[in-house]
Ligand binder design. Structure first.
Ligand code: URA
Length: 433
């Protein structure tokens, strides 16, 4: 057999041919151990971006990226589950769902990420809690899961190092938005958690990476197929991101909203989505007879206060003090310039305003201001009067008035009534044949 030559593999993908499992294995191991330089890997990433990958190739890439690091293992009989969202504005479901699933007897070793583009990051939100650590070692992850049942932390260096290296290259070579590369990146990290079941929340709309339902379905299909091929019961919900989820978007404000929601004062969309995603996992693990019954179990743990207690337990186990003050910046109101109906919102622009206020990073080295954020006070379809508050902007320094002016322009107010979009647009449950 001819010795492996990365240039030939790049040329093969450039010409639209499928790579073999062995070729993919050689590329991933060569890149991880430094034998394949960044310029060749970037070139291959661009070829994959342009030519795509079939399901066999995508699975092989995921398997090899997973095998570049460690895979956690849990004792037999422990139901180990997780959910992953492709990212949205105001999406704090992970903060609610991890403790609620732990209340149902499941183990949730959730490895999460930071903000990406206009979407917020679960780790950034949790770090608004004084003392909260998101850099747990594998031993600490195991310990917190054993004691509490759930953990939310960042990927340690041992988890899918190939993805860590490749993602850094993709970020600066315009190769992020590739379905096989996104699939391998997300699934290699999630499957390293040693899961039995996974639910994916694939967002679509103005505040999501996938702007059309067709694109979202394609990504969901690729994620579900890859998970199922790798032996993990995987389903996906395609959910609306044409308006922020819940009321708050930012960091400390989202932790506050999580506590309110776990205390029984959650907005309808946030609670419905938490119940639907939780229902998927409880049904997959045969702990509920139907998706609806799974959702009801989640609701019961909110009503009893157990979910909030479990969230407190998790925060304490990760060094956080939920009772310490989380500062929120002063609020300024954005008022509607006219009467009418809320027709649409530019959620991506709202997400970028939060970054501009300091709530996210413009460059990797930026420090986050956890106190800023935006509260959305209306939903698509709502009737509003002239001067009615549309949003609150929590801003420091003197950026508030200019931000409020721009935020006002992101709400389109129309004369005709508008139908509120459904929250859950599709469910992908079966692997394709
Ligand atoms: N999130 C990831 O972890 N990887 C991607 O490629 C995109 C989003």
């Amino acid at each position: 057999m001819m010795p492996f030559n990365p240039t030939q593999v790049i040329a093969k993908k450039r010409d639209g041919l499928a790579l073999t499992r062995d070729e993919i294995a050689s590329v991933v191991s060569g890149f991880t151990n430094g034998e394949i330089p960044d310029y060749q890997m970037s070139s291959l990433a661009m070829a994959i971006y342009l030519r795509g990958m079939n399901a066999d190739e995508t699975t092989a890439l995921t398997e090899q990226m997973l095998a570049s690091g460690v895979q956690m293992q849990w004792p037999a009989g422990v139901g180990c589950v997780d959910k992953h969202s492709t990212g949205g504005v105001g999406d704090k479901v992970s903060l609610l769902l991890a403790p609620l699933l732990a209340c149902c007897g499941l183990c949730v070793p959730m490895i999460s990420g930071r903000g990406l583009g206009p979407t917020g990051g679960t780790l950034d939100k949790l770090e608004s809690i004084p003392g909260f650590r998101t850099d747990l070692s594998l031993g600490e992850i195991r310990d917190v899961v054993d004691r509490v049942g759930c953990v939310i932390t960042g990927a340690s260096a041992e988890i899918a190092p190939a993805d860590r290296k490749l993602y850094a290259l993709r970020d600066v070579t315009a190769t992020v938005a590739s379905i096989p590369l996104i699939t391998a990146s997300i699934m290699s990290k999630k499957l390293a958690e040693g899961l039995d079941a996974l639910v994916l929340d694939v967002k679509v709309g103005s505040g999501a990476f996938m702007k059309s339902l067709d694109q979202a379905r394609e990504l969901a299909r690729s994620l579900v197929d890859t998970g199922c091929r790798m032996g993990v019961e995987t389903t996906a919900l395609i959910t609306d991101m044409s308006q922020p989820l819940g009321r708050m978007a930012g960091n400390a404000v989202e932790v506050d909203e999580t506590i309110a929601a776990l205390s029984g004062d959650g907005s309808g969309d946030l609670i419905d989505l938490t119940k639907s995603l939780g229902g998927e996992l409880l049904f997959a693990k045969r702990l509920a007879k139907s998706l609806e019954e799974g959702g009801e179990q989640i609701q019961q743990h909110i009503d009893s206060g157990d979910g909030l207690n479990k969230f407190r337990e998790m925060v304490a186990a990760q060094g956080g003090d939920l009772d310490a003050t989380r500062r929120i910046a002063p609020a300024m109101v954005v008022e509607s310039p006219q009467a009418g109906f809320v027709g649409s919102m530019d959620v991506e622009a709202i997400g970028y305003e939060i970054i501009q206020l300091g709530g996210g990073r413009r460059v990797v080295s930026d420090a986050i201001d956890h106190s800023v954020g935006i509260e959305t006070l209306v939903s698509i379809g709502d009737r509003v009067e002239r001067g009615q508050p549309l949003a609150n902007v929590f801003a420091n320094q003197n950026g508030g008035p200019a931000t409020c002016e721009r935020i006002m322009s992101y709400f389109q107010i129309v004369d005709e009534p508008v139908t509120r979009p459904p929250l859950i647009l599709d469910r992908i449950a079966e692997p394709s044949k």
